[in-house]
Design a binder for this molecule. Structure first.
Ligand SMILES: Cc1cc2nc3c(=O)[nH]c(=O)nc-3n(C[C@H](O)[C@H](O)[C@H](O)COP(=O)(O)OP(=O)(O)OC[C@H]3O[C@@H](n4cnc5c(N)ncnc54)[C@H](O)[C@@H]3O)c2cc1C
Length: 431
């Protein structure tokens, strides 16, 4: 935070409101942090809440059970089939499931006290003791900042432009197809995806079908179409993007990084939801203890770094496996998978893998959000997200509130001066 100075206040829009915590990014990581906080929290996302699914949203059912978010589950199966020039099939003691991304996000937001704002985070300003987040809908000051904005780490990169190592990114593309899969299928085989993985996950009457490149090479929609041709199913819209495969620093200056912004997505498996939720809870608890006066920010940053550091070796091991697996000749790979198929071995490995990131149960829905009507000083915002999601799920829109003075997404932005790229650069680098 040392590099952010007050000088840019000349160019940054006037500070609209102050918060205890500002979280950039309202997906798995950001919402998990928010779910642990009982404070004045602003969570900002460029997209309407829960509308831009980037992943297959597959996870272990134990995750759902720990959090109690059963309503979000679309499909479960206790069988996973791994194609690697052969077809080993695993019985999973901890079944896998897919979740409805929108529902999951709403249910998580409901459990904390955060206010959601749809805005694009554009940079940092202010000072170390009073940092400010510049967005296209105004500037907001907070005592503490969390970057949960995905692989780009927009807040932390503003302080440290070299943070994102593009050579440590995987790339995945996925579609939703009308194909009723009954189990979770993975392809770890060079004929299907060179140096990567393919999958078909059940999601109710449809399936999530995708391809990912460990080398971060762009996966074209045509490749997913060709892969799908074997099933005879037609693809619908495509989504996806980069996800990291190497741990980054979990703090930059005084900013906490959570989820993909901290490179916490697990290599090889590409499992990023559970780590984002797990480290989000850790970060949220530490921040709450700072807000409650139980520890200093400096100690919370240090403890969070220690929490993440404990996982350095598991991440290194999975990164090594990710490098080796696609290069293994057919027979050794097949042998390894067959060995993992031995019930005692498979069970031990899976248990170790799952138990390393235990999740805490969520609090019941926070009282202020359940209050009918707008809260004093704030007003209910009807963002396009609320409408889109309500249409599908009949969700109440009372959970989406805007800080005083922010504008409804449907309002005109005429006359609202935004920080331009030059101003943003100055705001970040001056001093
Ligand atoms: C195709 C694909 C399939 C995958 N499948 C799975 C899977 O089945 N299971 C699994 O565990 N993992 C999966 N992953 C990985 C997983 O999606 C990520 O690791 C996980 O989403 C990380 O969560 P996050 O909250 O850290 O970041 P993200 O989910 O990326 O969320 C970042 C948020 O920040 C917001 N944001 C970004 N920039 C700004 C800005 N400037 N201003 C405001 N907001 C901003 C974004 O809109 C977004 O909501 C998959 C990834 C891909 C690409």
């Amino acid at each position: 935070m040392e590099s952010t100075q007050r000088t840019e206040r000349k160019v940054a829009p006037a500070v609209r409101e102050e918060f205890d915590v500002i979280i950039a990014g309202a997906s798995f990581g950001g919402l998990s942090v928010a779910s642990r906080l009982q404070a004045k929290v602003l969570i900002i996302d460029k997209d309407p809440l829960g509308t831009h699914q980037r992943s297959a949203c597959g996870t272990f059912t134990s995750v759902i059970e720990s959090l109690g978010l059963h309503d979000a589950v679309l499909a479960t199966s206790d069988r996973a089939v791994i194609h690697a020039s052969g077809v080993p099939s695993y019985h999973l003691e901890d079944p896998l499931c897919t979740v409805d991304y929108g529902r999951f996000c709403y249910d998580l937001l409901e459990r904390g006290s955060a206010t959601f704002l749809q805005a694009s985070v554009q940079g940092l300003a202010g000072s170390a003791s009073a940092p400010e987040v510049i967005t296209d809908r105004g500037t907001f000051r907070a005592r503490y900042l969390v970057d949960a904005s995905g692989w780009r780490a927009v807040l932390a990169s503003a302080l440290e432009p070299t943070l994102v190592d593009r050579s440590a990114l995987s790339f995945g593309l996925e579609t939703d197809a009308r194909y009723p899969a009954d189990q979770f299928y993975f392809w770890l085989d060079r004929n299907t995806m060179e140096d990567g993985v393919a999958w078909v996950f059940p999601a109710g009457k449809r399936s999530r079908v995708g391809l990912a490149s460990y080398r971060g090479e762009t996966v074209k929609a045509q490749m997913v179409r060709e892969f799908l041709r074997t099933t005879g199913a037609d693809p619908s819209a495509f989504h996806g993007g980069f996800f990291p495969n190497k741990l980054r620093r979990p703090t930059v200056g005084d900013i906490f990084l959570v989820g993909d912004s901290a490179g916490q997505c697990l290599p090889l498996t590409g499992e990023g939801i559970r780590p984002a939720l797990y480290f989000g809870q850790k970060c949220g608890d530490l921040l709450q203890s700072v807000i409650d006066g139980e520890r200093s920010l400096r100690h919370a940053l240090r403890d969070y770094r220690r929490d993440v550091e404990r996982f350095r070796w598991p991440y290194k091991f999975l990164a090594l496996a990710q490098r080796i697996a696609p290069r293994l000749p057919r027979l050794p790979l097949k042998g390894l998978l067959r060995f993992l198929e031995v019930p005692a071995v498979g069970r031990w490995c899976l248990r170790r893998y799952i138990s390393m990131m235990p999740l805490q149960p969520l609090r019941p829905a926070a009282a202020p959000l359940a209050a009918p009507g707008p809260v004093t000083g704030e007003r209910t915002v009807r963002t396009s997200a609320t409408h889109a999601y309500k249409r599908r799920r009949d969700m109440p829109d009372k959970y989406i509130r805007a800080p005083a003075g922010t504008r409804d997404a449907t309002e005109s932005t005429r006359g609202n001066r935004l920080a331009g790229p030059k101003e943003r650069r100055q705001g970040i680098t001056q001093g």
